[in-house]
Design a protein around this ligand. Structure first.
Ligand code: PLP
Length: 415
């Protein structure tokens, strides 16, 4: 029985969400449109299979085909990123991090990560996250003036606290990372280096951002952000850590892997190895830089004064509105973003002194540099009129009309 005949309510919800995803400018920096091929793999019968264990050593029978799928995914990840070993089983980026921590740390061990309001992630030691409850997290920050990663603060904090693990990577940092320098610091204090490339893994795969592989002994990632795959995670690591990482994932923190999603990740990895994907990733950055220029001309302050990657952070301090109010008004105008803390923010986390914008999803729809001035104008009009529902509605209509020429990958509105 089809979904529409068994469950009209969920059918209706999916249909409404499909329309929402196509009519609005999707500018959440961590979101993207998975291809039709990825969606097909994820919607397959592979969801029915229990495959606890790893290829060649499973706890259930009937896994011959699953071994093929997981080996393909693993080999493609190793070759795309030049890694010794890849584990594609983590259910998400957060799960990948927890598994990696379990693999190399004991409860109470000291770990150093980027501070949350400097752009760090929840799983890098937030007190409300298992990471912060289980390990003793200390943090380094961005520089107070430039808002760039302060490698001296990283080195000094590392020397003072002697962490067993140093984490580099962020959820809201618009510039490039110097992974070689981070490894140097880790070596100085005898720490392992973990690079969390969740946001930038697609850029790294395409060679438009420096790779942590070869510097960090462990690299974790989400697969649904710039990599444009299914919702999920993965871990790459040096040969010597292969066993520890594998058992950190299973049986350490997960049960059976989602083989349908691993198949989707395999498809994603094949797509990410193409020249088209390199062009795509190059375009993501070109779009972000162009959008940054236009917004700055319209008197918006950007954290670090611009971007080198796929995201920008608008600092709203010169506008006397909170990130939350700005993001809500933008949504009413058909521009979907999120409110975000900015470095040394004096606003509560749930209001945010800024908004984060990303170009991965709109670039997947085929938008180029010459479209960025219109986007900057729409953002400016919306944020200059956050109480003016008529103006917000006009912007929303203009965007909807504009986007009709840019079909979203994986979405066929005729079915
Ligand atoms: C998104 C993100 C994660 C978590 O990924 P999920 O797939 O949402 O669990 C981890 N680390 C960083 C830096 C991220 O940006």
């Amino acid at each position: 029985m089809s979904l529409s005949s068994t469950d009209p309510e969920i059918t209706q919800a999916i249909s409404e969400e499909t329309i929402r995803q196509t009519r609005a400018l999707e500018m959440i920096a961590s979101e993207n449109y998975a291809s039709a091929a990825v969606l097909e793999a994820v919607g397959s019968v592979l969801t029915n299979k229990y495959s606890e264990g790893y290829p060649g050593s499973r706890y259930y029978n009937g896994n011959g085909v699953m071994d093929t799928v997981e080996r393909l995914a693993r080999e493609r990840a190793k070759s795309l990123f030049g890694a010794d070993h890849a584990n594609l089983q983590p259910h998400s980026g957060a799960q990948a991090n927890m598994a990696a921590y379990l693999a190399v740390l004991d409860p109470g061990d000291t770990v150093m990560g980027l501070k949350l309001d400097s752009g760090g992630h929840l799983t890098h030691g937030s007190p409300v996250n298992a990471s912060g409850k289980t390990y003793n997290f200390v943090s380094y920050e961005v520089d107070r003036d430039t808002h760039l990663i302060d490698y001296e603060s990283m080195r000094n904090t590392a020397k003072a606290s002697r962490p067993k693990l140093i984490i580099v990577g962020a959820t809201a940092y618009p510039r490039l990372w110097d992974f070689a320098k981070a490894r140097e610091i880790a070596d100085e204090v005898g720490a392992l280096l973990l690079a969390d490339m969740a946001h930038i893994s697609g850029l790294i795969a395409a060679g438009v951002h420096p790779t942590p592989v070869g510097h960090a002994q462990i690299t974790t990632s989400s697969t649904h952000k710039t990599l444009r795959g299914p919702r999920g995670g993965m871990i790459l690591c040096d040969r010597e850590l292969r066993r520890k990482i594998n058992s950190g994932v299973f049986p350490g923190t997960q049960g059976g892997p989602m083989m349908h999603v691993i198949a989707g990740k395999a498809v994603m990895l094949k797509e990410a190895a193409t020249n088209e994907f390199k062009e795509y990733a190059t375009q993501i950055i070109a779009n972000a830089k162009t959008l940054a220029d236009h917004l700055q001309r319209n008197d918006f302050n950007l954290v670090t004064g611009g971007t080198d990657n796929h995201l920008l952070l608008i600092d709203l301090n010169n506008r006397s509105i909170t990130g939350r109010d700005a993001a809500d008004a933008l949504e009413r105008a058909g521009i979907v973003t999120n409110f975000n803390s900015i470095p040394f923010d004096d606003k509560p986390v749930r209001e945010g002194g800024g908004i984060r914008l990303g170009t991965p999803a709109i670039t997947s729809r085929g938008l180029k540099e010459n479209h960025m001035s219109s986007i900057a104008e729409w953002i400016t009009r919306a944020l200059n009129n956050i109480q003016n529902e008529i103006e917000l509605e006009i912007v929303r209509k203009e965007i909807q009309l504009f986007l009709a020429d840019f079909p979203a990958p994986g979405i066929d509105l005729n079915t």
